[in-house]
Every structure is written in C-alpha cells, then in structure tokens.
Design a binder for this molecule. Structure first.
Ligand code: ATP
Ligand code: MG
Length: 424
C-alpha cells in the first residue's frame, strides 16, 4: 500500500467548525479596515528573491534563514512571500500609487517561512496588516495603532498588551548604534554567535535577541531615550498624547526594536502572556526609508502585521467557552413522499431566506435527524412527516426554546414569516 500523504510540516488544514472562527475574524478585519478608510491589496504569493533581500534586509532572520526560495524553470530566483510589506511597496511603486498621494492599504493572507514548527510558529502562517503611506506625522502612527487595537477590543481580549518604543531616525540612530556598540563590544565573547555577528552591522538586532546569553547584557544596555533628537521626541510625545486621549493603554518598552531593518521612529508590538514563548501577536511601526531603498521616491510609511494563528490562539485561551449561536433551519422529511415534497421547498427557502438551510436525504428516524440538526448547530427544525403531509402542514420547531408552530405546506412566505417572528 502506498504511504499516507500528509500536510507538510508546519502547515495546518483549517476544518469546520474552526474555519468559522477564521471566517468571522476575516469578516471583522474587512469591516474594520473599511471603517478606517483602508482598501484591500492582493499581491502574488511569490516574488523575485531580490525584493525581499533588499526590502526586508540581509541581516534579518527572514532573509538569513527563513525564506522558501526556489529557481523557476527560467532560472530566476523566486521566493514565497515571507511578509507583505515589501510586496505592497513594490506594487505601489510599479503602479505609481505613491505619486497619486497618500495610500491606505490592507491585506489578509498567507506568508511562508522556513521555521522550526512549534506552538504559534508555522511554515505557512496568515497575516492581516495595513500600510499607511504618505504621512510623516504622528497622526498616521496613531491611526494604525488604533486600528490594530480596535480588533483586539472587539474580541474583548483583556490579556493583550500594547508595547511602544521609538528607535529614532537618521539623525539620532547613528548615535544610538555607537552607544550600543560601545556597550556590547567589551563583552563580545559572552554574546550569542548570532549577536556577535550582528553587532557591527545591526546592533539594534541584539536588543531583539531571545538568547539567554544576550538577555542580561541587553538589560543594562543604554535606552534610546538618552540619545533621541528633538524631532523624534516630539513625534513620540504627540503619538502618546493621542493614545492617551483615545484611552488606548500601552507601556513603553525599550527592548522593542522589531526584527526588520527598515523601521524608523515608532515601533510597537501587541503581546499576550497566554501565548507562551511566541507572545507577539502583532508587530509594526514606521518605515520612512523603505520605498527609497526599493529604488522609489521618498515615501513615508507606517503599518503593522498581525498573525491570525496567534490571534485565534489568544481568543481560544481567553474565551474558551465562547458560544457559537445556533443559526439556520434543518429541513427534516420522514419518508420518501415527504422528501419529494420537501426538496423543492428547501431549494426555494435557500434562495429566499438569509439563514442556512440544511437537509439530510437518508431515511432516518426523527431523533437521528434532530441529532444532525444539533451537529449543524441549527436553530430550527422544519419537519414534514406523514401526518403533516396529510394535513397539508409543516411543523416548525425552535430547537432552542423547544416550542412548535404549524405552518401551511406550500406557502414559502409563511415559513419565512414564521422564522422571522420566532427569531427576530
Ligand atoms: P517572531 O519574533 O515570533 O519570530 P517576527 O518578528 O518574525 O515574530 P513579524 O515578521 O513581525 O514577526 O510578523 C508579524 C506577526 O506575524 C507576528 O507577530 C506573528 O503573530 C506572525 N508570525 C510571524 N511569523 C510567524 C510564523 N512563523 N508562524 C505564525 N505566525 C507568525
Ligand atoms: Mg520570526
């Protein structure tokens, strides 16, 4: 016998009823993004490898070790999208969006990273993210953070924490780099090999390290506060004032630097203690230099990416017992003749009412049909047995309140009306 084929390591099949949670989350995302004035963008699932090397940065985990890179038959190096920001900016440049003024774009879809699979870390994961381009001021930073926070708030995830930091701009960042290098260099040999390698090229990445060997030295490192230039300080203060006024709670966390090279000024994360080691559900910030580094004009940008898997894990942990409200109608025919009468009615109902209409076509007892109704989480049963058939009626049973009502057989409008009255 041939061996069983399974899904690739680090990927998941999303089956019912869990797929409902996904659909609900995605639905909320689309509604929320629209309310903030964002429009959806969809980009290819693979791009030139070069885009990510330039747009994400050579010293990042993503480019150093996580990309799914392959050569296509035309001998071009291609990479499955490991993140969306570089592709979105590439598309914006290619289609001249940035020349038309500020853009508000969002995306929802898969990313691919060759990681060691574990809880909250997969090889195919899904992200919701936004990119707000064309605004240099802190209002845009506030807007995207408020959007991300609105999603958290909508699900009542009280464990979520917003962490905020600033990592300066081209004026004060060089000073910070020097201060960091001066701090770590005397202890070079004590650092993890990754951090040793990164120290000279990208010392901020050392702050981001989760390696035991680095953590103690990171704790005593100088904070950005000490070198921040006036313009960056004002930007940060204005953002904080907006967050305070909107009653969005946050903590300033100097260790938040984000893994990607292109951030400037604002960086933030949303974390949750229920997630264990992979505690970051959302990461974002401002990246005013990215479009230029892709060969485009000077376009300031701010955005975030939120992991849907981790978001749903957070939801499961915080609201494990959450109810999925009963919805829909289980049409139940007892016997071949009843079935022949009910099938056309079900078809009309499916095209008339907004609720789902389920029907099972096997010969079963009423009890077995009602079990199926429970499995479908249906709110109503619409029953046609031989007695009802003779009387020219249907029984409409509310499976939540256990109350029955009789409606005239053949009058679809009556069924629809009764449903609307019973569950307004
Ligand atoms: P981490 O520190 O966990 O590796 P990251 O800095 O690589 O995260 P980003 O590139 O900022 O993450 O992606 C934003 C979000 O996307 C993360 O906060 C997380 O929720 C989600 N995410 C990233 N990589 C994965 C993955 N391999 N599996 C599941 N979710 C992921
Ligand atoms: Mg990562």
């Amino acid at each position: 016998m041939a061996s069983k084929i399974t899904a690739p390591r680090g990927t998941q099949d999303i089956l019912p009823p869990i797929s409902r949670d996904w659909l609900d989350l995605e639905f909320r995302i689309h509604v929320l993004a629209a309310r903030f004035g964002y429009s959806e963008i969809r980009t290819p699932m693979f791009e030139s490898t070069e885009l990510f090397v330039r747009g994400v940065g050579e010293t990042t985990d993503i480019v150093e070790k996580e990309m799914y890179t392959f050569e296509d038959k035309g001998e071009r190096s291609m990479t499955l999208r490991p993140e969306w920001t570089a592709p979105v900016m590439r598309a914006g440049l290619e289609h001249n969006l940035f020349a038309q003024g500020p853009q508000r774009l969002y995306y929802v879809g898969p990313i691919f990273r060759y990681e060691r699979p574990q809880k909250g870390r997969y090889r195919q994961a899904h992200q919701f993210g936004v990119e707000c381009t064309g605004y240099r001021g802190p209002e845009a930073d506030f807007e995207v953070i408020s959007l991300a926070w609105a999603l958290v708030r909508g699900y009542d995830l009280s464990d979520a924490q917003l962490r905020l930091n600033t990592i300066g701009d081209e004026e004060c960042r060089p000073r910070y780099r020097e201060a960091l290098i001066a701090h770590f260099r005397p202890h070079l040999a004590e650092l993890s090999p990754d951090s040793q390698r990164r120290l000279e090229r990208n010392p901020l990445r050392v702050l981001d390290s989760k390696d035991e060997r680095d953590i103690a030295l990171v704790r005593t490192a100088p904070t950005f506060e000490s070198v921040l230039c006036d313009a960056c300080r004002q930007h940060f203060d204005a953002l904080r004032a907006n967050l305070d006024a909107a009653e969005i709670p946050y903590v300033v966390d100097p260790s938040i630097v984000r893994g990607l090279d292109y951030y400037t000024r604002t960086v933030f994360e949303i974390t949750s203690s229920v997630l264990g080691a992979q505690s970051t559900v959302c990461g974002g910030g401002r990246y005013d230099g990215l479009v230029r580094s892709l060969g485009g004009p000077d376009v300031p940008a701010v955005g975030f990416a939120l992991g849907l898997e981790r978001f749903l894990m957070m939801l499961d942990a915080m609201h494990p017992q959450r109810e999925r409200p009963r919805n829909g109608v289980q049409a139940i025919a007892l016997g071949a003749q009843a079935r022949a009468t009910l099938v056309p009615l079900v078809d009309v109902l499916r095209r008339t009412i907004a609720q789902p209409v389920f029907m099972d076509y096997e010969d079963r007892k009423l009890l077995a049909h009602l079990k199926i109704a429970d499995r479908n989480n249906a709110r109503f049963a619409l029953i046609l047995g031989s007695d009802e058939l003779t009387a020219g009626e249907l029984v409409l049973r509310d499976l939540e309140t256990r109350s029955d009502r009789r409606v005239t057989l053949g009058r679809v409008a009556d069924v629809a009306g009764a449903l609307a009255e019973m569950a307004p």
